[in-house]
Ligand binder design. Structure first.
Ligand code: 3HC
Length: 316
């Protein structure tokens, strides 16, 4: 088969919505952009544990602590699924970690904001996991098999994450005036960074057009952002909270909400590493990696010993 016919076969599978699997031929650029997106998705899950981890020991009740613990543990699992999906494309786990720890790889800008009050746990579950679901459901139909299958499991758990966050916001919004104020303050701080999670405007997105053609993306950044706004504004109304966007208004003609301008300078500034918590997040990740070296060494030593024992038993 010539490269030309490999390409033809690949194109036919993409056009026919047939999943591309690890052993299939794929264009180098398709492989590269999947490694880029899946690894950054995985990094986001792992770094995303840190802002919420900050509140596990301060949760207001045993139930809230147990729910938050379960959620943060889920995020670790999501990271591992996604690192495994990235490894099927020929990159090693160590390379992935090295790219994160050296600052070469990105992770979602949203996790570079501080979690100042308990209400932030509600806002993150409701808005950040809500945005993640909006973005991840179409990824269940991504053309790359391992990524799409990882997303099916992730999305099931993500719905629990969003529900528990919304429940925290509902409790606070229906609580004492001070609690409702705390919930509104959290919404004020997390609304705009949550909209930025969907990426830059389509016109400035260097990857969207090709990713749509390869059916990695099924909806563009702006389309997903709009869907998220339309759904979330209604949820805020039920909470009795105000979306911090004075230009937000329903547009009957469009059948969508029109919203105010997003501060893309702030977005790119955070993506470039100048957000409120970028340094703290990476330092924490690198310390955790260094502190865990003995666990990795012990696991390797144990694996080597087991392998040697098996070999001896086989030889006997
Ligand atoms: N934070 C950091 N970088 C971002 C970003 C964000 N919110 N949005 C876009 N970027 C980067 C892109 O990575 C790209 O840089 P690169 O080419 O060096 O990778 C550049 O900005 C231009 O953006 P594009 O729109 O061209 O990039 P993509 O086509 O990759 O679209 C995306 C960006 C929509 C985030 C896409 O990568 C995607 O859908 N990724 C999978 C989902 C994901 O990673 N979500 C992150 C949150 S995970 C999460 O919230 C977990 C939950 O459990 C809490």
């Amino acid at each position: 088969m010539t490269v030309h016919s490999f390409q033809e076969h690949f194109d036919k599978k993409i056009d026919g919505d047939v999943a591309i699997e690890p052993r299939d031929w794929m264009p180098d650029d398709y492989r590269k952009t999947l490694i880029r997106q899946i690894s950054q998705h995985a990094h986001s899950e792992i770094v995303g544990m840190l802002p919420e981890g900050n509140w596990i020991s301060r949760a207001p009740s045993l139930r809230r602590k147990a729910v938050l613990l379960a959620k943060v543990q889920d995020e670790a699992g999501h990271g591992l699924y996604l690192y495994s999906a990235a490894e099927t494309l020929g990159i090693t786990r160590d390379e992935l970690y090295e790219q994160l720890h050296s600052g070469k790889a990105k992770y979602s800008s949203i996790f570079n904001y501080p979690t100042l009050t308990w209400a932030d746990m509600g806002a993150i579950g409701w808005l950040v996991d809500g945005a993640a679901i909006m973005n991840q459901v179409p990824l269940c139909r991504c053309s790359y098999g391992p990524y799409a299958r990882a997303m099916v499991r992730v999305c099931k758990e993500e719905s629990f994450h969003q529900r528990q966050g919304y429940e925290i916001m509902l409790t606070l919004a229906n609580g004492a005036p001070m609690q409702k104020k705390m919930a509104q303050d959290a919404l004020d701080r997390w609304w705009w960074p949550s909209l930025m999670m969907f990426g830059p405007p389509d016109a400035e997105s260097g990857n969207t057009e090709q990713s749509m053609r390869w059916r990695i993306k099924r909806l563009t950044n702006d389309e997903l952002r709009q869907k998220f706004i339309d759904v979330t504004v209604e949820q805020a109304n039920i909470l009795g909270l105000t979306i911090p966007d004075k230009d937000l208004k329903w547009n009957e003609e469009r059948g969508h909400y029109d919203s105010g301008a997003i501060n893309w300078d702030e977005f790119w500034n955070v993506v470039k590493g100048n957000g409120p918590c970028n340094k703290q997040r990476l330092d924490t990740r690198k310390k955790a990696w260094a502190d865990g070296q003995w666990v990795r060494d012990a696991a390797m030593a144990h694996a080597e010993k087991r392998k040697a024992r098996k070999a001896t038993a086989k030889a006997a």
